[in-house]
Design a protein around this ligand. Sequence first.
Ligand code: IMP
Ligand code: MG
Length: 180
Amino acid sequence: MERYHLNLLLSYKQIASIIQDLAEQISKDYNGKELVLVCILKGAFMFLSDLIRHLKVSVKVDFVRLASYGAGMKTSGLVEITKDIETPIEGKDVLIIEDIIDSGRTLQFLKDRLALSNPHSVKICALLDKKARREVEIEADYLGKEIDDVFVVGYGIDFNESYRHLPEIYYVTPNEKQKS
Ligand code: IMP
Ligand code: MG
């Protein structure tokens, strides 16, 4: 018996509609410009792959892998880069693609780090945001959807590396039948 229950939060159709809206805004704002998308691995890979198919601007894609110490449902706030971008971003318009903002520490770290390379601009596009859990002042410039303080999985987002393959987004609750 599974210890956790998955409750549907966003269907694939809802996600697709959110992404369509985000892509329209981004395409409008960066009209005529060339954008470097920096996707945060691993959680944002599915979001990126769906988003880029709807963008009407010229884009380059790169990836960064960040480790925030600690496994499971909590991050410690200490972030390090384990895979850096390879694309030169000096003078470029950079858009960070993130799955979910929680404390905000991951994005703050990456934004500061990318700024050291003197890009023309660095903005953030996040699919989900748990605003209630913010510990540092950082906001997405493009946000899919604000959600409550729940732990989510699916659509690239994991719980201890599982559930990334699910096309929908679910929130995790303890399985009632296991509680006693
Ligand atoms: P932050 O640095 O606290 O904002 O954490 C952001 C990172 O924590 C995200 O990129 C996710 O990898 C992870 N994270 C935050 N909330 C969840 C969740 O509900 N499910 C899975 N991963 C999460
Ligand atoms: Mg992540």
